[in-house]
Design a protein around this ligand. Structure first.
Ligand code: PLP
Length: 363
């Protein structure tokens, strides 16, 4: 079977070039006589792979030298707990953190943080079904907050924040799971960035953390060793066995993105791809985009059919054209097209062509 256009939110489409290289190297990596999967993580071959992956990521994202890059496990969901365990500090007689609530992933992060300290929700878009992100003038920041957490791209709602919040001396923490590597960002504006790999980075199983080094080393009492960033930063992410194969694939993705012109080039292509879909959604009333214009995600594009009774038929027709995983998240329904870096322009064009055809067939 030819490859499908896979619009899954994650695990998601990976670059074909990377999969092909992995296939070619699967059994015998660069003539060393074994697969990357079989290598000791302390051997010179594997350590070289991981060091190169980190160096390429640093170059791609422009990560300053005073930031640590950690390759962890446990998914972004574990970071919902690790962030408070590592960053809660008492200030002004209390330990409290600021959280912006823009959707399902923000809510999960908030729920977890509350196990470790107080949470001040600076603003929420729940009043409008999480269809937008409150601008910073509407946030009620606490001057004594230990950190400020937000989700720059809500993967389920398709709500993206394209500006970086100003938090002064208070560390800014971002769950970048579904936006990382899609466009350039200024890492120096953040205290900590985390992301599950299974969208723009590589296979599920790797969790990336980029953390300013002065924030490491003051965990809450009782924090398990494995949940302390210090454990991993002092050991080059090799305190225990890292997810070696996933890091190897991620390293190939980083190299490919560099060769394609880096994150500025990614942003250009991503804007082009998202534009194809949004322009059509704006031009028709057969489909609807539920997200406020300023917050329309470049990566995850939810849309609904005016007549929800046609949803199943729409999905069936899409599948027949090799367009798969378009069903919206179970919590919101409708459709969602996730168009990460590795989704080719042709895939988005094929989706728009099919949407037009489906609309016409119903006229
Ligand atoms: C924005 C966001 N945060 C957190 C998660 C949870 O990630 P994981 O499954 O790696 O724990 C996801 C997963 O899709 C996500 O999109």
């Amino acid at each position: 079977m030819e490859r499908l256009y896979n619009f899954s939110a994650g695990p998601a489409v990976l670059p074909r070039e990377v999969l092909e290289q992995a296939r070619d190297e699967l059994v015998n990596w660069q003539g060393c006589g074994m697969s990357v999967m079989e290598m000791s993580h302390r051997g010179k071959e594997y350590m070289g792979i991981q060091a190169q992956a980190e160096a390429d990521l640093r170059e791609l994202m422009g990560i300053p030298a005073n930031y640590k890059v950690l390759f962890l496990q446990g998914g972004a969901s574990s970071q919902f707990a690790m962030v408070p365990m590592n960053l809660y500090r008492e200030k002004g007689g209390k330990a409290s953190a600021d959280y912006l609530n823009t959707g399902e992933w923000s809510k999960k992060a908030i729920k977890e943080a509350k196990k470790f300290g107080a949470v001040n929700v600076v603003a929420s878009s729940e009043d409008k079904n999480f269809s937008y992100a409150p601008t910073q003038d509407a946030w009620k920041l606490d001057p004594n907050a230990a950190y400020v957490h937000y989700t720059p791209n809500e993967t389920i709602g398709g709500v993206e924040i394209f500006w970086t919040p100003e938090t002064g001396d208070i560390p800014l923490v971002a769950d970048m799971s579904s936006t990382i590597l899609s466009r350039p960002i200024d890492v120096s504006k953040f205290g900590l960035i985390y992301a599950g790999a299974q969208k723009n980075i590589g296979p599920a199983g790797v969790t990336l953390v980029i953390v300013r080094d002065d924030l490491i080393g003051q965990v809450l009492p009782g924090t398990p060793t494995m949940f302390d960033y210090k454990t991993h930063s002092e050991n080059e992410s090799m305190y225990n066995t890292p997810p070696t194969y996933g890091i190897y694939i991620a390293g190939m993705v980083f190299k490919l993105l560099k060769a394609k012109g880096g994150l500025a080039a990614m942003e250009q292509t991503n804007r082009l791809k998202a534009g194809l879909l949004y322009d059509y959604l704006d031009a028709t009333d057969f489909y609807n985009s539920p997200v406020a214009r300023d917050n329309r995600s470049l990566m995850n594009i939810p849309f609904t059919l005016k007549d929800a009774a046609l949803d199943e038929e729409f999905l069936k027709g899409a599948k027949a054209r090799n367009l798969v995983q378009l069903k919206g998240h179970r919590s919101v329904g409708g459709m969602r097209a996730s168009i990460y870096n590795a989704m080719p322009v042709e895939g988005v064009q094929a989706l728009v062509d099919y949407m037009k055809e489906f609309e016409k067939s119903r006229a």
